[in-house]
Design a protein around this ligand. Structure first.
Ligand SMILES: Cc1cc2nc3c(=O)[nH]c(=O)nc-3n(C[C@H](O)[C@H](O)[C@H](O)COP(=O)(O)OP(=O)(O)OC[C@H]3O[C@@H](n4cnc5c(N)ncnc54)[C@H](O)[C@@H]3O)c2cc1C
Length: 489
């Protein structure tokens, strides 16, 4: 399964070469990854899956200072997948440009998506690095500098790092990603309470999540459910607390979310839906004379915990743009070229609110495939090419203790649409297809890995299904046949 997900996400794979003015790198978002932007569970998520009908910002022409040697100064803030892919793409397209990537985390650029595999011991720390070859960045004359950006002055073509270092730029990409939300729960700042977002978080979790430890995970959304798998592999005594009435409520309907809950329970996980944490306090484990926590739930229960993990949603990292004039909403507003309202400033990845394939509006889709697409397309446009982004398709693939669940596009359906459903409760298999007229617009599956490409293809091509619509209404399991008939083998 690990290999299946790696392949699906193209994770750790360098971006394919891009030819200069590629007219439409717009291809719908790549292979989309695993889950989504799912706002996790319990807390307010302003970020993901929330289509915002914001209009593309109009870019105001800006004059940028020229570099002393005439080379274009490209500055990329953020060394996640969006930033690293953008840097690589720029280097391929502009051999002379000066490429600087600013990384706000410790260590080499890494993939947050790899953290669960680090937690479960499938990979070591080096395995999380986005690019593993020794000298990868130096060989490509990509400078990676550690630092935190605190301000951007678009008209001056400058940004400021903590410590007041000023960095000039001709073209700027903001790819600062997102950060986990910490709900205002009393005691959530105690030692033993962690988010799961950075390698530092991962190290804390590895230290505390020993076999047999009591762990409470707040949030059964996308990220929470991924972490859940790793914790099960660490053989902890796990309780998941989810405010919604089912698991992954932003990715699964009631039938699928409830089946997933039942599956997790069958694997020994205590799942408490429609529940929240009201308070966390210090306690002492008399048995092993160890500091612990007592976690108070909204249903009155109190749970012991050596570790509490908060996975309650994320929000875009854009506070340093206050006063910059760069337009933001749930993320930085970016048009189909991933350009902000300043013509030489671009945004990509979790921090960007870019085109949304499913709604035709502008959304933050905080998933790695979208970050990769954004980074590539922004880089083409930064180097003077013209590539437009057709929009990211919501596509979430999740492996929860061996059960793979997927949701695509408008999985909740649309007004006036129709749906087809097949439920196999005992076998933990489920298929739900959503149609608008005779087009497939969304789907949910459980217990299947073989339909990912087919469903994505049918949704993204928006191909009319013709007579296949009625055949799929009668038997949604014929989806692969429909794909071959309408899209081609
Ligand atoms: C545990 C976990 C599991 C995940 N699993 C999946 C999955 O299975 N599938 C999937 O599609 N997605 C998954 N994701 C989400 C995925 O990791 C993100 O969508 C992706 O990392 C976004 O890439 P990005 O480049 O936009 O931002 P990030 O990867 O978050 O990188 C942001 C960069 O910006 C830097 N930065 C932030 N603020 C500043 C600042 N002020 N100054 C300088 N630098 C700054 C950071 O240090 C970092 O270098 C997972 C995330 C987590 C945490």
């Amino acid at each position: 399964m690990f290999d299946f997900l790696k392949k699906l996400f193209g994770w750790s794979t360098p971006a394919p070469p891009v030819k200069h003015p590629t007219p439409a790198a717009s291809s719908p978002p790549t292979p989309v990854a695993s889950s989504p932007p799912t706002p996790v569970a319990s807390a307010p998520r302003s970020d993901i899956h929330e289509p915002k009908p914001a209009p593309p910002p109009a870019a105001a022409p800006q004059t940028a200072p020229a570099a002393a040697n005439g080379a274009t100064r490209y500055v990329i803030v953020g060394a996640g997948p969006a930033g690293v892919i953008a840097a690589e793409t720029i280097r391929k397209l502009d051999g002379d440009g000066d490429v600087l990537v600013i990384h706000g985390d410790d260590g080499p650029p890494y993939s947050r998506m790899a953290i669960p595999y680090f937690l479960s011991g499938h990979i070591d720390e080096a395995g999380t690095h986005l690019r593993k070859a020794k000298g990868f960045y130096d060989d490509r004359r990509i400078r990676v500098q550690h630092g935190r950006v605190e301000g951007v002055a678009p008209s001056d073509g400058r940004l400021t790092l903590a410590g007041n270092q000023v960095v000039p730029f001709d073209r700027l990409l903001i790819a600062t990603g997102s950060s986990p939300i910490r709900p205002p729960i009393e005691g959530s700042d105690l030692p033993g309470v962690h988010t799961c977002w950075t390698m530092a978080d991962a190290a804390n979790i590895v230290r505390l999540a020993e076999a047999g430890s009591h762990v409470v995970l707040l949030g059964a959304g996308f990220i929470g459910s991924i972490i859940l798998e790793s914790l099960v592999e660490r053989r902890v005594n796990l309780t998941v607390v989810e405010l919604g009435d089912r698991m992954v409520p932003r990715m699964m309907n009631a039938t699928a979310g409830s089946m997933l809950k039942r599956w997790c329970e069958s694997k020994g996980v205590n799942v408490r839906t429609s529940t929240s944490i009201t308070r966390i306090e210090r306690a002492r484990d008399a048995a092993d004379n160890r500091d612990t926590l007592a976690v108070e739930l909204s249903d009155g229960h109190k749970l012991p915990a050596h570790l509490v993990i908060i996975a309650a949603g994320v929000s875009a990292n854009m506070g340093f743009l206050n006063g910059s004039g760069i337009k933001t909403d749930a993320g930085i507003l970016a048009d189909s070229h991933l350009r902000t309202n300043h013509s030489n400033i671009f945004a990509a990845g979790d921090v960007a609110q870019g085109p949304d394939f499913s709604t035709g509006g502008y959304s933050v889709h905080a998933v790695q495939p979208t970050a990769a697409d954004h980074g590539r397309i922004a880089a083409i446009n930064m180097t003077g090419g013209s590539a437009s982004f057709k929009g990211s398709l919501i596509m979430n693939v999740l492996d929860t203790v061996g059960l793979v669940s997927c949701s695509f596009g408008n999985w909740q359906g649309v007004d006036g649409g129709e749906q087809a459903e097949r439920v196999d409760e005992a076998g933990f298999r489920y298929a739900n297809l959503q149609f608008a007229d005779d087009r497939l617009i969304g789907a949910i599956t459980l217990g299947r890995t073989d339909w990912v490409g087919v469903l994505r293809g049918l949704i993204q091509t928006e191909v009319p299904l013709g007579p296949w619509k009625e055949m799929l209404m009668a038997d949604p399991h014929r989806i692969a046949e429909a794909f071959i008939a309408r899209v081609g083998a």
